[in-house]
Write a protein that binds this ligand. Structure first.
Ligand code: GTP
Length: 655
C-alpha cells in the first residue's frame, strides 16, 4: 500500500475507533485507555510528538496499577488492598470494573509503549507491536471460540465494542509502522524468533490460566464437599448419641422423671449439638411431657399434644410410639417457628413396652448458624434448599464469583441441597498469579531476545560496513603509495626512456664524491634533428629509448650509471675508472650505438659524439667537470662527430 493511502486508512481507522469508543456505554478505565491511545496515535500521525507521548504516558500510568494487581503476589499486596485502593477512587468499584482484563491491559500498555518509544525500531518498538497484535488475536480467539467448561473468573478479553476498538487501534498502529520500518531487512530476522517466543508464551499462559482456574474451582468445590460431609457426620454422630440416650431409659425400667430427663438431656444438648432446638419426651398420647432446654421457646410447647398441634409430624411420631424403630419427619415448620426436622426414638421399659418417645428437633437455621459460625462470611455465599425453598442463607451476597457448587447433605435420610457460591474477591485472592507473571516474563524475554538479535545484527552490519570501508581505505592507501612511488620515480627518472634524469644523476654522482678516479662521459646524438624532421618524432623517441638502453647496459657492465641529461643528450659516470678505461667504455658505447642500425632517412647509421672527463685528485667540482666535458663534446662535434674527445683541464689525468 503506498504511504499516502496507508496514512488515509490509518486516519480513518483512528476516527472510527474514537467514534466506537464514544458509542461504548458506561465509560470505564478500558474506555478511557482506549481513548487515550487513540488520541495519542492521532497526535503521532499529526506529528504532534510531545502530545502523543504525554497521552501515551498518562494511559500507561493509568493502566499500571491494574497490571500490577495481576502480577503482585498476594503476600505483598492483598486483593483486599487493591480493592480498597480502587474503592477510594470509586466507592462502588469492584476489581473487575476497575481493571481491564489482563490481555487487554497488556495490549494497551504495549501500544502506549510503542508510542512512547516513537516507533523506534532500535528501541524494540516492532516487537512490542507484534506482541500487541498477538495478544489481540488471542483475545479475538477467546471471544470467538466456544466457552470453556467452567465459567472463567478472569475473562481474558474485553467485550464487544471495546474489543473492536482495540483491534482498530492495533491495525492503525500496524499501518503507521509500515512506513517507518519499510526496508529494514534486519527487522524480520530479529522479529521472527521473538515473535515465536511470544506465541509459545501465549500458548503457555492460556494453558496455565485455564489450569489455575480449574484447580481453584476444584479446591473450592472440595472445600464445600468436605463441609457437607462433616455436617452429615455431625448429624449422624448426634443421632447415635440420641439412640444411646433413648436406650438408657430402658435400663432404668421406668419412664424418666422430669428431673432425670433434664439432667440427661443437658449432657447431650450442651455439648456440640447446639443446633438441637430441644430434646423432648413425648408420651404415648403425643403429649410433650418434658423438654430441654426449658427456655422461652420450649416452655410454650410443653404440655401440647403433637397429634393436635403438629399434624405434619403425626405419621413419624405414631410409628416411633408404636414400633421399635427410629423415625423422622420431613422438613416441617417447627412449633417454635422456622424449618426443621424432628427425629423420634422410641423409649421402652424392660418389658419392651413403649412408654414414650424421645424427640430431637433440629432447627435448620440453627444448624446452619452452627456450621457457618466457623466460616468467614466473605469467602462464599452458602444457601440450603429443600423442595425449591431456601431454608437458610449465609454470607455476603455482593460480588459473587462465577461458580456455584451444589452438594447433597444427608441428614440421616433427609436430603438437603446446599449451594455454595464462593465470592469473587475471595477467589481472586486465592487465584494463582503465576500465569500472569509467566506471561509478563515471557513477553519481556521476547523483547530482550529481539533487542539482542537486533543489536547483534546492527553491530554485524556496522562491522561489515567498517570492514568494507577499511578495505576501501587500504586500496586507497595502496593507490596513494603507488602514486607517491610514481611521483618519486618521475622526479628522478626520465619518463620516455626510463633511465635516471639529470637530477638523479647528480645525486648519484654526489654519492660518489670521494671516489677517485671518477669519469664522466657526456654524449649527444649526432644530427638528431634530422631524425625527427625526416622520420618523425615517434621514431626519434624510439631511437632515444634504444640509445638509453644501450648506455645503461654499457655503464652497468662497468659499475657505472647512465642518465638522460636533457633532449638528445645523455651522460654516464664510471666511478673508479681512469681516463683510459673510461675512454674504452665510451668507445664501447659509441660503437654499440653505431652498430645498432638506428638509421637516418638516407640509410646512414645514427651515431653519437661524447666528451670525456676524468677527475683524479682534489675536491670534486662538478660544474667545472661538466663544463670540461661539454667542451670536449663540442670538440668532438667540431671534429666530425661519431667520436670521443677527452677534456683537457687541471686535475684531470690519465691515471
Ligand atoms: N623525438 C624527440 N626529439 C627530441 C627530444 N628532445 C630533443 N629532441 C630533438 O633533438 C633535436 C636536437 O637538435 P640539435 O640540438 O639542433 O642538434 P642535432 O640535430 O642533433 O645536431 P648536432 O647536435 O649538431 O649533431 C631537436 O630537433 C629536438 O627537437 C625528444 O624527447 N624526442
Amino acid at each position: 500500500m503506498p504511504p499516502p493511502l496507508a496514512g488515509l486508512v490509518g486516519s480513518l481507522g483512528l476516527a472510527l475507533c474514537v467514534a466506537i469508543i464514544g458509542l461504548t456505554p458506561g465509560a470505564d478505565l478500558t474506555t478511557a485507555a482506549l481513548a487515550g491511545i487513540a488520541l495519542a496515535q492521532w497526535a503521532m500521525r499529526c506529528e504532534a510528538t510531545k502530545t502523543a507521548r504525554a497521552l501515551a504516558g498518562l494511559t500507561l500510568a493509568a493502566l499500571l496499577p491494574g497490571f500490577l494487581s495481576y502480577v503482585t503476589p498476594e503476600t505483598l499486596v492483598t486483593t483486599r488492598q487493591w480493592l480498597a485502593g480502587a474503592q477510594a477512587l470509586t466507592p462502588s468499584a469492584s476489581l473487575s470494573s476497575w481493571r481491564p482484563p489482563l490481555l487487554a491491559t497488556l495490549t494497551l500498555m504495549l501500544l502506549a509503549l510503542i508510542l512512547l518509544l516513537r516507533q523506534r525500531a532500535y528501541l524494540g518498538a516492532p516487537v512490542l507491536l507484534i506482541g500487541a497484535a498477538l495478544l489481540l488475536v488471542a483475545q479475538l480467539l477467546a471471544a470467538l471460540l466456544p466457552a470453556p467448561t467452567i465459567p472463567l473468573l478472569l475473562v481474558s478479553h474485553i467485550d464487544g465494542f471495546a474489543l473492536l476498538a482495540l483491534a482498530a487501534l492495533v491495525l492503525a498502529q500496524l499501518l503507521l509502522a509500515r512506513s517507518w520500518w519499510q526496508g529494514q531487512t534486519r527487522l524480520n530476522r530479529s522479529l521472527l524468533p521473538a515473535g515465536a517466543l511470544m506465541l509459545v508464551t501465549l500458548a503457555l499462559w492460556q494453558y496455565q490460566h485455564r489450569h489455575s482456574e480449574t484447580t481453584l474451582y476444584d479446591a473450592t468445590q472440595n472445600d464445600g464437599a468436605r463441609l457437607a460431609a462433616r455436617l452429615s457426620d455431625d448429624i449422624q454422630g448426634h443421632l447415635e448419641a440420641m439412640r444411646r440416650f433413648a436406650h438408657s431409659w430402658q435400663l432404668l425400667n421406668t419412664p424418666p422423671t422430669d428431673e432425670q430427663w433434664r439432667s440427661q438431656a443437658a449432657r447431650l444438648h450442651d455439648g456440640d449439638f447446639r443446633y438441637l432446638l430441644n430434646i423432648a419426651f413425648v408420651r404415648p398420647d403425643s403429649l410433650i411431657a418434658y423438654v430441654y432446654p426449658r427456655n422461652q421457646l420450649n416452655r410454650d410447647v410443653l404440655g401440647q399434644r403433637l397429634y393436635e398441634v403438629q399434624t405434619q409430624s403425626t405419621h413419624a411420631l405414631e410409628q416411633a410410639l408404636a414400633g421399635k424403630r427410629q423415625t423422622s419427619t420431613d422438613i416441617i415448620e417447627l412449633l417454635q417457628g422456622g424449618p426443621g426436622i424432628i427425629y423420634y426414638l422410641p423409649v421402652y421399659n424392660a418389658a419392651e413396652r413403649p412408654v414414650g418417645a424421645a424427640a430431637m428437633a433440629i432447627s435448620l437455621p440453627l444448624l446452619a448458624d452452627t456450621l457457618f459460625d466457623a466460616l468467614d462470611p466473605d469467602t462464599a455465599l452458602l444457601s440450603w434448599h429443600a423442595n425449591g425453598r431456601i431454608l437458610a442463607r449465609f454470607g455476603n451476597t455482593r460480588r459473587q464469583g462465577p461458580w456455584a457448587h451444589h452438594y447433597r447433605l444427608d441428614l440421616s435420610g433427609q436430603m438437603l441441597d446446599v449451594v455454595q457460591r464462593p465470592r469473587r474477591d475471595y477467589l481472586l485472592a486465592k487465584l494463582s498469579r503465576l500465569p500472569a507473571i509467566s506471561l509478563t516474563i515471557g513477553l519481556m524475554l521476547a523483547y530482550l531476545l529481539y533487542m539482542v538479535l537486533y543489536t547483534f545484527k546492527r553491530l554485524d552490519e556496522q562491522n561489515l560496513a567498517f570492514r568494507n570501508s577499511n578495505a576501501l581505505l587500504k586500496t586507497e592507501i595502496e593507490e596513494r603509495r603507488r602514486l607517491q612511488h610514481e611521483i618519486e620515480w618521475l622526479a628522478r627518472h626520465d619518463e620516455l626512456t626510463g633511465i635516471a634524469n639529470r637530477r638523479y644523476f647528480l645525486e648519484l654522482v654526489e654519492a660518489q664524491r670521494n671516489t677517485r678516479p671518477l669519469s664522466l662521459v657526456l654524449c649527444d646524438i649526432d644530427y638528431f634533428k634530422r631524425v625527427n624532421d625526416q622520420l618523425g618524432h615517434l621514431v626519434g623517441d624510439h631511437y632515444l629509448e634504444a640509445i638509453a638502453g644501450i648506455g645503461q647496459a654499457v655503464m652497468a657492465e662497468h659499475d657505472g650509471f647512465f642518465a638522460r641529461y636533457g633532449g638528445e643528450e645523455f651522460i654516464g659516470c664510471i666511478p673508479g675508472a681512469g681516463q683510459t678505461r673510461a675512454r674504452h667504455v665510451a668507445e664501447t658505447l659509441r660503437q654499440r650505438v653505431y652498430q645498432r642500425a638506428l638509421r637516418h632517412a638516407d640509410g646512414n647509421s645514427v651515431s653519437l659524439s661524447a666528451g670525456l672527463v676524468t677527475h683524479t685528485t682534489g675536491p670534486l667540482d662538478l660544474p667545472r667537470l661538466m663544463q670540461a666535458a661539454d667542451e670536449a663534446l663540442y670538440r668532438a662535434k667540431q671534429q666530425g662527430r661519431n667520436r670521443i674527445e677527452n677534456a683537457d683541464i687541471a686535475g684531470v689525468s690519465d691515471v
